[in-house]
Design a protein around this ligand. Structure first.
Ligand code: ATP
Ligand code: MG
Length: 174
């Protein structure tokens, strides 16, 4: 990319990962190469499968520990090890020159949980080659990351059927 920027999709409302998936498709359509890393997630969701299977420009990786999402569960040593390993892969992707767009899906909760430090993420943003666009998603992006970003979109929950007891659905949320 001629000039890449840092984008953050945060907030409680639906659409953060959806937006990142949409951007990855758009970038692939322009012939850009995309690295799509997913923190906390350990199983390819429908979006990840579609991206990986249908777009040769897009590489998708999951960095969860294999024990499901962290929601409601206390993190354990292997959650941290997986997140750190994943973060190294993302660092490599950003520095390699092999990708135009690098997505760190759910990196914000990974930072809030202490699996990846704020300093590590800020250092990666600072070391980003100007040609690489980065997208950071997830609730609770921390202040310094918001400050370092060039674009911040906050998805605000006005209504969500989750509140009516509708769980995440395959092909819609998963
Ligand atoms: P999407 O992937 O649909 O774009 P998102 O990335 O914006 O969503 P996440 O924060 O990653 O949203 O939410 C993941 C899942 O959490 C959703 O699929 C939903 O089922 C569930 N969820 C939604 N609202 C809440 C809530 N208030 N508390 C806990 N879980 C919720
Ligand atoms: Mg998400």
């Amino acid at each position: 990319m001629e000039q890449g920027y840092v984008q953050v999709y945060t907030g409680n409302g639906k659409g953060k990962t959806t937006a990142a998936v949409g951007l990855a498709v758009r970038a692939a359509g322009a012939g850009y190469r995309v690295f799509f890393g997913q923190f906390l997630k350990d199983r390819p969701c429908c979006a990840a499968s579609a991206l990986a299977d249908r777009f040769e420009e897009i590489e998708v990786r999951q960095f969860g520990s294999g024990k499901g999402l962290l929601l409601g569960r206390k993190e354990e040593a292997d959650d941290r090890a997986c997140a750190q390993e994943g973060f190294s892969r993302c660092e490599e992707a950003v520095r390699s020159g092999r990708y135009d767009l690098v997505v760190l899906d759910e990196i914000n909760p990974a930072v809030s949980l202490g699996l990846v430090s704020q300093e590590q993420l800020l250092a990666l943003l600072a070391a980003r080659p100007a040609s690489v666009e980065m997208v950071l998603t997830g609730r609770g992006a921390c202040g310094p990351v918001l400050q370092a970003a060039d674009l911040v979109t906050e998805m605000t929950e006005r209504k969500h059927y989750f509140q009516k007891g509708v769980p995440a659905r395959r092909g819609v949320e998963l």
